[in-house]
Design a protein around this ligand. Sequence first.
Ligand code: IDP
Length: 161
Amino acid sequence: GHRSASSCSGVQERTLIAVKPDGVQRRLVGQIIQRFEQRGFKLVGLKMVQVSEDLLSQHYGQLRTKPFYPSLLHYMTSGPVVAMVWEGHNVVQTSRSMVGHTNPAEARAGTVRGDFSIHVSRNVVHASDSQEGAQREIQLWFQGKELLNWDCCDQSITCEV
Ligand code: IDP
């Protein structure tokens, strides 16, 4: 029918969002999920994980020469992380603007980091920074069977394409 002819019911762009250990400790998981739900994105994967140094060294490989890299690994392994995959039109770019600047001091109010954090070393949340990066990170963090293809009842209302 009409619905299946539309890409609304196919797999759209996806991104990795992760609530970092400080966000979990501060009980911000619900508020962060709420922002992505209310914006109109579709949750297709969700799990709480104790992240390994091996995964992090792949995830943050391009930062390994930075002076803050050892403390970044310590921070990210200090407690559970809630990892999510969100799907929808332009989700990578829109998520980055919802999350805000890497440095909370420069993050605007209304963004996750601008509302909930003060220092770059404890910035509450991760969001993939490009479509290629998102694909790489999703494969790193999730197995294929952990991602669900499902039709959200409002998806042909919230997006024309
Ligand atoms: P992003 O998370 O906004 O994509 P990246 O530059 O990829 O930013 O940095 C990854 C993460 O490394 C940041 O989110 C933050 O947790 C940490 N980080 C970046 N710069 C610094 C710094 O100068 N000091 C401490 N931690 C940093």
